[in-house]
Design a protein around this ligand. Structure first.
Ligand code: SAM
Ligand code: SF4
Length: 328
């Protein structure tokens, strides 16, 4: 799949649900209306869609949401996609999770063929964690991370950098990740959907965070890349990697290789744009995948060049949908 700008699309992110057991303040409004259950694809339909993407050239897939592990029966989809990895049809299957249900699922994820996961953890302070997630319990997530480590999964911790919330914690997070053998990836907050108080007061450019970290840590730029947008440095003192995802201060759209599928079968062609294609209709119209594959081709041919995020007091979010709908 090659888009109009010559970019090869080989990475699919799949939001298996828009629902979540947390309400992170930068991600969701407190009162969210979720997609009606009747609109959801079944897990079998999601598997059929994912398999069609693999036939079209997708080599890497990440399950996300919402919180992927709150979807009932999700492990059947993980196992089905894991079989594609075992068969050599997919290079890698990964997962992004908030960690609340990892203690229960870590072993199953590893058994299904997942080798590495991203866990979102913005703070190691229990009170800040509860405030930030509106009701989450840090201990539950730390137990989940420990279970994932014990199951042999490689772990990358994702943290959204927020002024006045966790800006004093990055030294501690980096140290903790070093001790446990995890990579850390910092993310700039993105203007996706309305949230209480807007995002302008907490927006923190990662150039500032990096300059502060460099007072204590030796960061050497690294060529190491995953299929995501992060740029990495190696931390000499811990030997681990530190990633920076900078959609605001440094746009990375020129190398975009991904599209995003939602749990209703909508394909979003850019996280920060409304361009989308309905794949549920062609999926359900016929048992053959010909119409579906034609719809995928037409969608890729219309992939926009990139996003133009702005965070300031007056600017509306780039798109009305929250990250939890599109799949982060
Ligand atoms: N619930 C899972 C989790 O939290 O890891 C997966 C979905 S979540 C939407 C995926 C990632 O998006 C998380 O790392 C989260 O911190 C990040 N995220 C959510 N909203 C964001 C925003 N507005 N700007 C930047 N990152 C955001
Ligand atoms: Fe849920 Fe993840 Fe969004 Fe937090 S960032 S509210 S855990 S979907």
């Amino acid at each position: 799949m090659i888009d109009p700008f010559g970019r090869k699309v080989s990475y699919l992110r799949v939001s298996v649900t828009d629902r979540c057991d947390l309400r992170c303040v930068y991600c969701m409004a407190e009162e969210m209306s979720f997609l009606p259950k009747a609109d959801l694809l079944t897990l079998e339909e999601m598997e059929r869609l994912c398999t069609a993407f693999v036939r079209k050239g997708v080599r890497r897939m990440r399950l996300t949401g919402g919180e992927p592990l709150v979807r009932r029966g999700v492990m059947s989809l993980v196992e089905a996609l894991g079989r594609l990895v075992a068969a050599g049809e997919l290079d890698e299957l990964t997962l992004t999770t908030n960690g609340t249900r990892l203690a229960k699922h870590a072993e199953g994820l590893a058994a299904a063929g997942i080798r590495r996961i991203n866990v979102s953890l913005d703070t190691l302070d229990a009170e800040t964690f509860t405030r930030l997630t509106r009701w989450g319990k840090l201990d539950q997530v730390l137990a989940g991370i420990a279970a994932a480590k014990a199951a042999g999964l490689a772990i990358k911790i994702n943290a959204v950098a927020m002024n006045g919330i966790n800006d004093g914690e990055f030294d501690r997070l980096l140290e903790w990740c070093g001790v446990h053998g995890f990579d850390l990836c910092l993310i700039e907050t993105m203007p996706l959907g309305n949230v209480a108080g807007g995002r302008e007061p907490t927006y923190l450019p990662l150039s500032t965070v990096r300059a502060r970290l460099e007072r204590r840590w030796t960061l050497a730029d690294s060529d190491w890349r995953t299929s995501g947008p992060a740029r990495y440095a190696t931390v000499a003192e811990t030997g681990r990697r530190l990633g920076f995802i900078t959609p605001m201060s440094h746009n990375f759209c020129e190398s975009c290789n991904r599209v995003r599928l939602t749990c209703t079968g909508t394909l979003y062609l850019c996280l920060g744009k409304d361009d989308a294609a309905d794949l549920r209709t062609p999926l359900r119209a016929s048992e053959s995948d010909a119409a579906l594959e034609a719809a995928i081709d037409a969608a890729i041919a219309a992939k926009p060049q990139g996003h133009d995020f702005v965070i300031d007091r007056e600017a509306a979010p780039a798109v009305p949908r929250h990250m939890s709908v599109t799949g982060g």
